[in-house]
Design a binder for this molecule. Structure first.
Ligand SMILES: Nc1nc2c(ncn2[C@@H]2O[C@H](COP(=O)(O)OP(=O)(O)O)[C@@H](O)[C@H]2O)c(=O)[nH]1
Ligand SMILES: [Mg+2]
Length: 468
């Protein structure tokens, strides 16, 4: 937008100056009678009704005035300057509230005037800057004036830049807080906060969600960014090599009561017996703190024809392990004791003493709440964990909490069980499939909630209808 003030002996001449300099599309913003004739303020590319343009109009008029004042200062005595300042104040107040109540296009105004109004034009006092030869001012003075105007513009631009920077910071801060991002010191963009929220829906721990969201740049559409995020989640999830237990080894399953330790041992033993024969497997149990605690394992051992070794309270697990050295696969079952139980520390030290040859796998039932799973990890980590087993996949509604423990503690998922049936319901994990499943569960949960909400709305609605 270009704004300029024109002064002429009469209105027609002032409009002609406008037409000459700004063209027929110029819009008259204001006009008024002044001592030397008429003054018109006109603009090009002006949008009527755009109140936000007013500062820009005022800025351009002010610059024009400053330039004129500076020019006259170089040839007029001081008191004249004050007079001009007053004129400037007067003009500022006048711009936008002149005699022409509506802001009309110049072509419309001109077409309303008689042609001979223009032919009768005589001396015009143009607002345009006089050339140096007209004013008698030197080129150096002109350059100085020009510099002053440019300095004013520079100051203006730097203030605008500073303000837009502050606005950007404020927006980032608001976005990161709106998304309740984990690390509020490092704000997330709007898209990252959307990804963060989706990670939360999947059940990922806030710290992991934050790590995932902050690694995605915001240049791609949200759905593409989400697919990238899912790939990152899968790559963050440590999984044990496929077929690890098929090669044999010495494994102990630890975890809370009812997690599925004994059942999983039954599945693994049965599969190994089918492939390698009963004499290749040994079962050991530390769980003899309760009456009939190892009855279930004894039943498995009888059916499979596999030897079962019971380590008594305060017994020597290492000695028993030595006695089954010739077995390809040794599986140790344990009791899911509470940490305040005095037998817990006894069992823990037995497991620790067995050293690295005995790989301890933490059994995490996916049906448990995230907080419980975290407690289970804290409870058993002193045993020196080598991996974890996800159980009850068939009964769970969220995979995120267990996946978070595995990813944040770098405990590889070694096995996944998805039913109580022996020997079939045990599998080696696939990170991509687990993540996909986790996302599907989150989507299903959302749909379920939406349906429930719709149902409750429908019920309330019908209640009102029936006047209940
Ligand atoms: N649905 C389902 N049930 C399981 C699974 N694994 C174990 N269970 C059941 O969970 C219950 C407790 O299992 P158990 O092996 O005794 O747990 P433990 O106390 O850790 O030894 C039993 O009824 C099992 O049949 C599984 O993957 N899915
Ligand atoms: Mg058991």
């Amino acid at each position: 937008m270009k704004v300029k003030r024109f002064t002429a002996a009469n209105m027609q001449q002032a409009l002609r100056l406008v037409s000459q300099e700004l063209g027929a599309d110029a819009v008259i913003l204001s006009s008024k009678k002044v001592s030397v004739g008429f003054e018109v303020v006109a603009a090009l590319d002006y949008q009527p009704g755009h109140e936000q343009d007013r500062p820009e109009i005022e800025r351009q008029l002010r610059l024009q005035q400053e330039l004129e004042d500076a020019r006259s200062a170089s040839r007029e005595p001081q008191p004249a300057l004050k007079k001009r300042d007053e004129r400037y104040e007067e003009r500022m107040a006048f711009a936008g509230q002149g005699d022409l109540s509506s802001k009309e296009s110049l072509s419309a105004v001109l077409s309303g005037l008689k042609n001979d109004d223009f032919s009768r034009s005589n001396t015009v006092t143009p607002a345009r800057s006089p050339a140096p030869e007209e004013t008698g001012r030197s080129a150096a003075e002109d350059a100085m004036l020009q510099r002053r105007v440019e300095q004013g513009e520079e100051r203006y631009n730097s203030v605008i830049q500073q303000m837009s920077g502050e606005l950007r910071d404020l927006k980032d801060w608001m976005v990161s807080h709106q998304g309740s991002a984990w690390d509020t010191r490092r704000p997330l963009t709007w898209q990252q906060s959307q990804l963060w929220q989706r990670c939360q829906d999947v059940g990922l721990e806030a710290a992991w969600a934050d790590r995932v969201a902050s690694r995605i740049d915001g240049d791609v559409p949200l759905e593409d960014a989400w697919n990238k995020a899912l790939k990152l989640i899968a790559s963050d999830l440590p999984v044990a090599p496929n077929g690890l237990l098929d090669r044999g080894g010495i494994y102990a399953l630890v975890g809370p009561t009812g997690a599925g330790k004994t059942t999983t041992i039954g599945k693994l033993a049965a599969q190994f017996v089918i492939r390698h024969g009963a004499e290749s497997v040994a079962l050991i149990t530390l769980d003899n703190y309760r009456v009939a605690a190892h009855d279930q394992l004894r039943t498995f051992s009888r059916i499979l024809g596999v030897a079962l070794h019971v380590v008594p309270v305060n017994g020597d697990l290492n000695k028993v392990l030595d006695s089954v050295r010739d077995k390809k696969l040794v599986l140790v079952d344990s009791a899911g004791l509470a940490s305040q139980d005095p037998h817990f520390s006894v069992q823990l030290s037995m497991l620790k003493q067995a050293g690295a040859r005995l790989k301890k796998l933490l059994v995490l039932p996916l049906t448990s709440q995230g907080r419980c799973l975290q407690e289970n990890y804290e409870h058993f980590k002193a045993a020196g964990l080598a991996g974890c087993v996800f159980t009850k996949l068939d009964e769970c509604f969220s995979l995120g909490p267990a996946m978070s423990i595995s990813a944040l503690t770098q405990l590889p998922v070694t096995l996944v069980t998805d039913g109580p049936h022996i020997p079939d319901d045990v599998h080696y994990p696939d990170a991509d499939k687990l993540v996909k499943l986790a996302e599907q569960m989150a989507r299903m949960a959302r749909t379920r909630w939406q349906a429930a909400e719709a149902m409750s709305f429908a019920t309330q609605h019908s209640s009102i209808q029936h006047g209940v």
